[in-house]
Write a protein that binds this ligand. Structure first.
Ligand code: SF4
Length: 362
């Protein structure tokens, strides 16, 4: 039984689409979640929406926003003696400065293991007591609680050979950075469902107020997205701003207090580097003092260094919604999923990869 069939009902989808097509007020909206990026392309909505509904993909793909300096740092860790890198598979092909990647490092002899969860990395640390296991922690507020719980488990088990490169990123400060950019032409946001399940719809209200922007927390099924768009169009037409929670079956006003408490115990907020955007104040998570011994950067003596950007790659502009992927001169030419030049073509949640997969020309 498909529990989500009701959220994909073709007749209701057609009716919602007709309603959107009948609106004279369009919207230039951005979604900031890799799952929304994939859902909008996969369901065909990107192509079905009328011309006055402009879909921009934002910095919601965790692999894509991982900065070159962070890629260089984990490659430096991989090159060290007695270090095993544990990573999610989608980082394997991300090219770093000079074109190296975890995949090429592995081919050159580095010990790199693909894992499916932080607890798999913990098992690696248990099984290899004479090595240091370094987990590459990328992701947003959604993945940070699992990471924090794993660190607490490592502490409870006394696994001192388990370390983490904490490259986690926080969504609201990134939205603030985007909205503060005077060149930005975003009228409204579809906010990420998973992140919002943790931080709550209320987390965005100060931003919506400060920048007078309409935003909707939406689910990932076609009807969720269409309903979210109708809400945004109505808000714009009526000159309203604020945050509407469409995804009430999952997201509450305050989010998941237990998950947030775990994160607050293990991490503290810090400035973080985002690809294409640069340093965003308060948008990252470093270890709190009591858990500083899990910090892989400190344990391995690695610093985040200034790195030259990947030549020709315009991921930065794509992530800010300033450039459609197919407008990058390398798209489908030098850059394809088989031979990606930048991370937006590597990750299945990257907008360049989505444009390629669904053969989009606009
Ligand atoms: Fe970068 Fe490739 Fe996307 Fe161009 S098409 S922005 S080179 S990832």
């Amino acid at each position: 039984m498909d529990l989500f069939a009701g959220f994909r009902d073709p007749a209701i989808a057609r009716a919602l689409l007709e309603k959107i097509r009948g609106e004279t007020r369009g919207v230039r909206f951005m979604e900031v979640c890799g799952t929304h990026t994939v859902a909008i392309f996969q369901s065909g909505l990107h192509s079905l929406l009328p011309e006055n509904i402009v879909h921009l993909t934002g910095p919601g793909c965790p692999v894509c926003v991982t900065h070159d300096a962070e890629v260089a740092a984990y490659l430096e860790a991989a090159a060290k003696d007695k270090v095993i890198i544990a990573t999610f598979g989608d980082l394997m092909k991300v090219p770093g400065p000079g074109g190296a990647s975890l995949k090429s490092a592995q081919a050159d002899g580095a010990r790199v293991k693909v894992v499916y969860s932080p607890s798999d990395a913990l098992a690696l640390a248990r099984d290899n007591p004479d090595d240091t296991v370094v987990f590459i922690g990328v992701g947003f507020e959604t993945t940070a609680p699992g990471m924090a719980a794993t660190v607490k488990m490592a502490r409870a088990e006394g696994l001192s050979n388990f370390k983490v490169l904490s490259f986690h990123k926080l969504v609201p400060p990134a939205l603030e950075a985007l909205l503060s950019d005077p060149g930005m032409e975003i009228e409204a946001f579809i906010l990420p469902g998973h992140v919002s399940a943790v931080i709550g719809a209320g987390a965005y209200r100060p931003l919506a107020e400060k920048f007078k922007v309409p935003a909707v927390v939406a689910g990932f099924e076609p009807l969720d997205i269409l309903q979210g768009l109708i809400i945004l169009i109505e808000m714009l037409r009526e000159g309203r701003h604020g945050v509407v929670n469409q995804y009430t079956r999952v997201v509450t006003e305050d989010g998941n207090a237990k998950a947030r408490a775990l994160v607050a115990e293990v991490f503290e907020t810090s400035d973080a580097l985002w690809r294409g955007i640069g340093t965003i104040p308060g948008s990252g998570l470093t270890f709190a003092k009591e858990y500083a011994d899990f910090d892989a950067l400190a344990a391995l003596g690695i610093e985040l260094k200034e790195t030259p950007p990947i030549k020709g790659c315009m991921c930065g502009d794509v992530l800010k919604g300033k450039l459609a992927p197919n407008k990058c001169p390398l798209f489908k030419k030098a850059c394809t999923p088989a031979r990606p030049v930048g991370p937006c073509m590597v990750s299945s949640e990257g907008s360049c990869a989505a444009y390629f997969k669904y053969n989009l020309e606009s």
